[in-house]
Design a protein around this ligand. Structure first.
Ligand SMILES: CC(=O)SCCNC(=O)CCNC(=O)[C@H](O)C(C)(C)COP(=O)(O)OP(=O)(O)OC[C@H]1O[C@@H](n2cnc3c(N)ncnc32)[C@H](O)[C@@H]1OP(=O)(O)O
Ligand SMILES: O=C([O-])CC(=O)C(=O)O
Length: 460
């Protein structure tokens, strides 16, 4: 599967590159061109196809977490159960071919992914670099945020701190200020974009300050380098700037965790909160608290804890049989196997495969016992989960792989891992925030029913 998509990717990317080779537009200028076309598309959908049926609403949807219910508009990515995520039609290998890397690097950088998600177009190198610079120039934290974060107890979970910092940044919201001033609905998106760029720019400094306070109190944090990309600066501020491989890993990680269509809990939360015209900061803070749940983003912390416990219990020479027994022990104790299963996917997550490929291409990394353990677990777990018979998807999701590489490079503090995911998921949530305002989407308000009301409806 991966090879054939990579071939089509080269084709796709060459096409994109030829069309936009010389462009040096800003992201706002590209959106100015793209938005009217999408507004027209939505108008036509509403007027010409408003009554078209996309599926039935069954009782199982209402009582089963709305799994499979087609009930949200989300522009930047669509998830196929077997093929995985596509960002504006591009697979992860397509993106790896088409999107700009950092100077001296190979992996996708956050800026080029954000540009693609927002505009549906592959940015030129000049556009990507200019966005990197724009973000670096906006990246410093206001003093009151530094004071707020520094005042928190280091024992407070890093995700709680991240959500608090993001929410408090709404003191700066241009969207909220403009709304209070009384702007027209057609202008909402421009302020939403300004807030989104400011928030994205500041997330690395915020996330790095939390890391410093919790794990390295008192250690100076390097200043933002205006010539570096967003993740390059983030890794620098975390204190790992001299580790090229970790920097590249985090570039890939942050780009591919950025968006996973709209129904996942973090994206859906930001979409719902944003629909009330809460500003981008508050909407994204809400998303972070959904990401902080162990069935969602926190699973990356849980995976590593679980794999380390397995290693502690089973020692160094772990066989496939040992892992099988450990899996059954976890399942029989009524716990989920973290990093396995998915609400939509029914095949190994291509994000997991991309992270595994990263390991495969680096012998030192591949030889690490924890990376080996994750790989061996993948060789055993799907069969065990199939035999267990409960989960609809016995394959690994992205969280099965993400933590072990961080661990190898010395970023061993599991409780911090979801914060990195939280820096990434802003790419998708903020993209949709801008589009929801550009398209004038209404406040979300589905109809709920009590069990008695459902029974009454069935009898009718
Ligand atoms: C970035 C991400 O958010 S990716 C997901 C990260 N989360 C995890 O890795 C946690 C482990 N996985 C899970 O808990 C689930 O697979 C989820 C939350 C991801 C998806 O949940 P669902 O869509 O409800 O999965 P599904 O329909 O397959 O669940 C059916 C049953 O299988 C169980 N199941 C699903 N996955 C697993 C698993 N990994 N281990 C054990 N049991 C599982 C469910 O708990 C459920 O049991 P129940 O009937 O007793 O409630
Ligand atoms: O899609 C989902 O439900 C969960 C997930 O993998 C993500 O949000 O990245």
């Amino acid at each position: 599967m991966f090879r054939s998509t990579a071939v089509s990717a080269r084709h796709v990317s060459r096409g994109f590159a030829q069309r936009r080779l010389a462009s040096t537009k800003t992201v706002k200028e590209v959106l100015d061109e793209v938005i009217p076309k999408k507004q027209l598309q939505l108008k036509q959908l509403k007027t010409e196809h408003g009554q078209a049926v996309l599926g039935d609403v069954k009782v199982e949807h209402v009582v089963g977490g709305m799994r499979g219910l087609k009930a949200m508009l989300w522009e930047a990515s669509v998830l196929d159960p077997n093929e995985g995520i596509r960002f504006h039609g591009l697979t992860i290998p397509d993106c790896q071919n088409a999107l700009t890397a950092a100077p001296g690097g190979k992996e996708i950088i956050a800026e080029s992914m954000f540009w693609l998600l927002l505009t549906g177009k592959v940015p030129t190198e000049a556009e990507t670099r200019q966005l990197s610079r724009q973000l670096a120039e906006k990246g410093d934290l206001p003093e009151y945020i530094e004071k707020l974060i520094d005042s928190l107890p280091p024992t407070l979970h890093p995700m709680t701190q991240l959500g608090m910092g993001v929410a408090a940044l709404n003191h700066e919201s241009k969207f909220q200020e403009a709304y209070e001033r009384g702007i027209k609905k057609s202008e909402y998106w421009t302020y939403a974009l300004e807030d989104s760029l400011n928030l994205l720019a500041r997330l690395p400094a915020l996330a790095a300050r939390i890391y410093r306070n919790v794990y390295n109190p008192g250690k100076p944090i390097p200043k933002i380098n205006k010539d570096l990309d967003l993740v390059g600066n983030y890794v620098n501020m975390l204190g790992y700037g001299d580790n090229h491989d970790l920097t590249e890993y985090l570039r890939l990680y942050i780009a591919i965790h950025g968006d996973h269509e709209g129904g996942n809990a973090s994206a859906h939360t930001s979409h719902l909160v944003g629909s009330t015209l809460s500003d981008p900061y508050l909407s994204y803070a809400a998303a972070l608290y959904a990401l902080a749940g162990p069935l969602h983003g926190l699973a990356n912390q849980e995976v590593l804890r679980w794999q380390m416990n397995m290693q502690k219990e089973l020692g160094d020479d772990i066989t496939h049989e040992n892992i099988e027994d450990y899996l059954w022990k976890t399942l029989k104790s009524g716990q989920v196997v973290p990093g396995y299963g998915h609400g939509v996917l029914r095949y190994p997550d291509p994000r997991f495969m991309a992270l595994q490929d990263f390991c495969e291409s680096r012998p030192n990394l591949l030889a690490d016992p924890i990376v080996q353990l994750v790989k061996k677990t993948y060789e055993v777990a799907p069969a065990v989960l199939k035999e267990h018979g409960k989960t609809k998807n016995p394959f690994p999701n992205v969280d099965a792989a993400s933590g072990c590489v961080l661990y190898h490079y010395g970023l061993t503090e599991f409780k911090y891992y979801t914060v990195i995911f939280g820096v990434s998921r802003a790419l998708g949530c903020l993209t949709q925030y801008v589009w929801s305002r550009a398209l004038g989407l209404p406040i979300e308000r589905p109809k709920s029913l009590s069990m008695d009301a459902i029974e009454k409806l069935i009898k009718q």
